[in-house]
Every structure is written in C-alpha cells, then in structure tokens.
Design a binder for this molecule. Structure first.
Ligand SMILES: Nc1ncnc2c1ncn2[C@@H]1O[C@H](COP(=O)(O)OP(=O)(O)OP(=O)(O)O)[C@@H](O)[C@H]1O
Ligand SMILES: [Mg+2]
Length: 132
C-alpha cells in the first residue's frame, strides 16, 4: 500500500501512528513491525542496508555494495521474511523513487511475491505505480 500526498500533508505522521498501533497489537503481525525512515536512501541497496541493520544487530552499520543487491534480496526473502507475518513501513521513499525507481519496484514486488504474509506500506509524494 502506498500513502501518497503533497509535502507536509501528514504521511509520516500516519506511518508512525500505524507502526505504534500494530506494535501495541502484536497478534496482527506476530513476527514484528519494522519502521524504516528511508528519506536518505537513494539506492535500493541503502534500503536493504536499513532492513538488515534493524533485523540483524550483528550487521550494524552494514553498508551493502551495489553488486551484492541480488544476493541480499534473496537472503532477505529466504531467511528473514519467508512465511513471516511482518509489517514493513518504508517512510519517505521520495529519493529512492526518484533515483532508483525500477529497482525499487523490483524490490517491493519480489518481497511481496516471495513472502506472502508480508505487508508493506510506503509513504511518498509519488505513487510507486504499476499496481504497487
Ligand atoms: N493530523 C495532523 N494535524 C496537525 N498537524 C499534523 C497532522 N499530521 C501531521 N502534522 C504536522 O505536519 C507536519 C508534517 O507532517 P509529516 O512529516 O507527517 O508530513 P509528510 O506528508 O510526511 O511530509 P513529507 O512529504 O515532507 O515527507 C509535521 O510537523 C506534523 O507534526
Ligand atoms: Mg514524510
């Protein structure tokens, strides 16, 4: 799901409320809620680094290389999110949508296709597009 709207309309406020709501009601997403502020991410490897750094404390400050992205995506779908009931909120996706749009769509689609219990909320000033 995309929460789309003009700058300052309150998308991030809704996204944070949503995260709080589901954190307090863990029966909806029993494997967790991930809130990621991705406003400084201009490539999907940066988005994936954020995901790793939250789910795996040993990978703190991990900065993925561009050439690792396919392997990392497989790893995320296989090891972390497959069959898991998780909500991922990607807040402020404007930069990555502007600079790495096709790959961002691929990232979201592959996560959703390979992890059928995963739900993703994206906030941005533009829609992700193409049914996403
Ligand atoms: N329902 C609301 N009522 C009053 N103020 C609000 C409400 N929602 C958000 N605000 C205020 O509006 C400002 C912008 O909100 P927010 O950061 O959520 O917008 P945004 O849509 O995410 O902006 P951007 O497109 O820049 O990411 C914040 O200062 C926030 O506190
Ligand atoms: Mg915002």
């Amino acid at each position: 799901m995309t929460i789309k709207g003009v700058p300052g309309i309150g998308k991030s406020s809704i996204a944070r409320e949503l995260a709080q709501y589901f954190i307090k009601r863990p029966h909806h997403f029993k494997d967790g809620v991930l809130y990621l502020d991705i406003k400084n991410c201009d490539q999907i490897v940066d988005v994936m680094s954020c995901m790793y750094n939250i789910i795996d404390p040993d990978s703190k400050r991990l900065k993925l290389r561009k050439e690792d992205k396919d392997e990392m995506l497989k790893e995320l779908t296989r090891r972390y999110y497959n069959k898991k009931e998780v909500l991922i909120i990607m807040d402020n996706a404007d930069l990555v949508i502007n600079t790495d749009y096709p790959n961002f769509r691929i990232l979201i689609s592959k996560l959703l296709v390979n992890c059928n219990k995963l739900k993703i909320v994206v906030t941005s000033q533009k829609i992700v597009g193409g049914g996403l």
